[in-house]
Design a protein around this ligand. Structure first.
Ligand code: NDP
Length: 291
């Protein structure tokens, strides 16, 4: 039976540590990290994410600013708000909850955020920095996955990693981080041929597809470490529940270690958002991150 990698527990410890560093920063330098979260529209899942992000920022005693705009908001209004937040010294991190409605060009919005306030790490400057080994902001979900992997495995050098999914927010940055840790990395996607065989070769399998239980246990190399990024809402026996991209019940018999859904990667994403906000605040004030 696989070890269950308890992301919820790890994230709680990380958030407590960040909370302590925030207090230290305030006491030593009178700086309170500020996180601004923008939500456009009423998508229920996005509302939950935004509420959780704001609540956890407050729990870490950061300043939290929430902006809720109607679904039909013109793009220019959103860009004006971002300009205002870019110039606001109390705001160190800006997050625009995705997805955005069709009248808004998400790329234009992301590009409008000041790169040093882009705590999602989606701005091209930060994407380029990650690709070239710079010290820009790393996207929260892959960063959280990497923390769990290193915590569980230690040195990742020489391991074969398969990243299932090639999105800009999860798959691609995840692959880059694994490469940085000297893994031999394969990226798979919807056009990959022989996906099951690719998966069976991997010592580390990251599933970021968005398809409920797509990866069965017999695609997993015995003893492999499996990180399930997927969050899929399904109906089962008349009840709504969340499942990952990996079929947990069969995978747990083959894998060496696995993250559950919920309680795996999800909590780490928000904790890393707080970490990125703390680091952004320190950088903007020319200060080191408190020890
Ligand atoms: P995207 O829809 O942007 O990307 C999905 C990727 O999966 C694409 O690269 C796509 O390939 C690939 N794919 C789709 N179907 C198949 C298939 N049958 N076989 C192989 N590959 C396939 O999703 P995201 O990266 O944004 O999110 C992935 C999952 O992670 C979702 O469930 C999402 O909810 C979850 N998520 C969880 C987070 C967390 O905090 N835990 C944060 C962000 C996302 P192609 O490029 O060829 O179309």
């Amino acid at each position: 039976m696989a070890t269950i990698i308890d992301g919820k527990h790890y994230a709680e410890r990380l958030r407590a540590e960040i909370g302590r560093q925030v207090v230290q920063l305030r006491e030593a330098h009178l700086v309170t990290p500020g996180l601004a979260v923008i939500l456009v529209g009423e998508d229920p899942a996005s509302q939950v994410y935004v509420r959780n992000k704001a609540r956890q920022a407050r729990e870490a005693t950061m300043a939290s600013f929430e902006y809720r705009l109607p679904h039909g908001v013109p793009q220019e209004k959103l860009l004006e708000l971002i300009e205002r937040l870019n110039a606001d010294p109390a705001v160190h991190g800006i997050l625009v909850q995705l997805p955005l409605p069709p009248q808004v060009d998400a790329e234009r919005v992301i590009n409008a955020i000041r790169p040093d306030k882009d705590i999602d790490g989606f701005h091209p400057v930060n994407v380029g920095s990650l690709a070239t080994g710079g010290d820009g902001t790393v996207p929260c979900t892959p960063l959280g996955c990497m923390m769990l992997l290193k915590h569980h495995l230690g040195d990742l050098s020489g391991l074969r990693a398969l990243v299932l999914g090639r999105s800009n927010i999860v798959g691609k940055p995840m692959a880059t981080l694994l490469l940085r840790e000297n893994c031999t990395v394969t990226i798979a996607h919807s056009k990959t041929v022989g996906l099951d065989e690719e998966c069976r070769r991997a010592d580390i399998l990251i599933a970021a597809v968005g398809r409920p239980r797509m990866v069965p246990g017999d695609w997993i190399k015995p003893g492999a470490t499996v990180i399930d990024v997927g969050i899929n809402r399904i109906e089962e026996n008349g009840k709504a529940r969340l499942v990952g991209d990996v079929d947990f019940d069969s995978a747990v018999a083959t894998a060496g270690a696995i993250t559950p859904v919920p309680g795996g990667v999800g909590p780490m994403t928000i904790a890393c958002l707080l970490l990125n906000t703390l680091e952004a605040a320190c950088r903007q004030h020319g200060l080191p991150v408190p020890a």
